[in-house]
Write a protein that binds this ligand. Structure first.
Ligand code: EPZ
Length: 433
């Protein structure tokens, strides 16, 4: 009987089985940045020409974005080296609910769709495990550029009134430095009539990467990576061939894998400026980290407690809060970790406690008292980064840890277990009843 047939009879769930206590060594390769590739793919809607993106990670989220763009009429051709997206025959400005609901980032398409088509209908992305994920700033900014926006029955409809249906440049002040809102509005402004200034913009490297692509397409963008971004709209954007930056969150996850197993590891490629806060915290915790222009070498022996407060870039990234907590659960001393970005991004605490972690919660703050050894247990990843945190904890734990929630993990990590096994870990992907 095939696995599929068995699975249809018994409720089989894929999980990772991790034998803890092994040190890592050698070199780990970092893939392209998921949170950059997704928005760069959406930018293809701005041009009739072909956008060729290299270093795109092979992730389920990338496939979901490709499906979403195809549903709008974009031609998508993926190969091992690159993804080619041609927006010359867009035949719809209405994104399907089931695709937006499965991939929050597809909501960002509302910006380029509106700029290109003069209208867009995109379902509200809805919340997820880590928070309500509002899109108030995205909508506010589009209105500031002249769009009429209504939200009915869970669908955002945006229309540019008047002749030519062209957005107008405007001045936008974001109440919070939302990454998605910044990116959505940059794409909308790229084809608008006149100049748009976004104040209190997000400064994440993925925002800078989007600016790089827009400029390669003939766009006029300056100030990306600072709190004020200025975009002067152009009449059209041409094709481009562009490489996605390395994934700083994946790289940070591997740095933490080395630290939690007290190993010496080389991780490449890494752009150190993208991981400043993380590297500083790891050095504060006792790791030695050197960068040689391409990658970083980390050596971890004794790990001491440190305090973390997640902040917008260049502060400590919320996406590495859970993985870093796994490390601090094994540190010497008590760490204080405060999650300031998302309202519900501490669900991994309960799973770490199942492995013997000594953590006390107070609102959005976790007091983590390091223990000598975590103990292997069956645990569940509750979101993408929490799943990664459980894998890290399993690497260091005594005995076997089984991690469920791979549907989250595979969204953000390309072949995580293969990369870690190549560095000496012992992880297998199994089906369990
Ligand atoms: C991006 O999400 C990333 N996703 C997230 O990565 C990342 O955690 C997040 O930025 C913060 O760095 C992608 O880029 C695809 P935000 P985004 O809008 O754009 C609040 C991962 O694990 N907010 O910057 O949705 C919001 O509620 C994912 O790879 C408002 O209040 O994040 C949140 O608390 C998870 N009003 C905070 O801002 C708004 O209108 C940050 O959200 C918009 C956002």
């Amino acid at each position: 009987m095939t696995v599929t047939a068995v699975r249809s009879k018994v409720n089989l769930t894929p999980q990772l089985e991790i034998a803890g206590g092994r040190q890592l060594s050698g070199e780990v390769a970092v893939s392209g940045a998921k949170n950059s590739a997704l928005v760069l793919m959406a930018a293809c809607l701005l041009s009739r020409d072909t956008i060729r993106l290299r270093n795109v990670p092979p992730l389920t989220d990338i496939a979901a974005m490709a499906d979403m763009l195809s549903s709008l009429g974009v031609t998508v051709q993926a190969s091992d080296e690159a993804i080619e997206l041609s927006g010359d025959r867009i035949n719809s400005a209405a994104a399907p609910y089931e695709l937006v609901n499965s991939l929050r980032a597809s909501f960002f398409c509302i910006g380029p769709l509106l700029a290109r088509m003069g209208m867009a209908r995109v379902p509200l992305p809805g919340g997820c495990q880590i928070g309500t994920r509002p899109v108030v700033e995205h909508v506010k900014g589009l209105k500031a550029m002249g769009a009429q926006v209504t939200i009915e029955h869970g669908v955002v409809t945006a229309v540019v009134p008047g002749r030519g249906h062209r957005l107008k440049g405007g001045r936008i002040h974001l109440d919070c430095p939302s990454v998605g809102a910044t990116e959505t509005l940059m794409m909308a402004a790229a084809l608008a009539d006149g100049e748009t200034v976004i104040d209190n913009a997000a400064q994440e490297p993925e925002v800078v990467d989007l600016a790089g692509l827009l400029i390669a397409m003939g766009g006029r963008v300056r100030g990306a990576g600072t709190p004020t971004i200025t975009i002067v709209g152009v009449d059209r954007l041409h094709g481009a061939d562009y490489a996605v930056i390395p994934d700083r969150i994946e790289a940070g996850t591997f740095l933490l894998a080395a630290a939690i197993t007290r190993s010496k590891l080389r991780i490449t490629p890494v752009i150190p400026e993208h991981l400043g806060a993380v590297i500083t915290k790891l050095e504060e915790a006792g790791c030695r980290i050197e960068h040689d222009g391409i990658g970083v070498n980390i050596t971890a022996r004794q790990i001491n407690a440190v305090d973390l407060r997640t902040q917008p870039f260049p502060g400590f990234p919320t996406d590495l809060q859970a993985p870093f907590m796994s490390l601090l659960a094994t540190a010497k001393g008590t760490s204080v970790i405060t999650e300031n970005i998302f309202e519900n991004r501490l669900q991994h605490v309960a799973e770490l406690q199942r492995m013997g972690a000594a953590i006390r919660m107070q609102g959005n703050t976790a007091f983590v008292e390091g223990v000598a050894r975590l103990s292997g247990a069956p645990v569940q990843g509750t979101d993408l980064r929490a799943s990664a945190a459980m894998v890290l904890a399993g690497l260091a734990a005594e005995g076997i840890t089984t991690v469920r929630g791979l549907e989250y993990l595979d969204r953000g990590y390309a072949a995580l277990e293969h990369k870690l096994n190549a560095a000496g870990a012992q992880i297998s992907r199994v089906e369990a009843a």
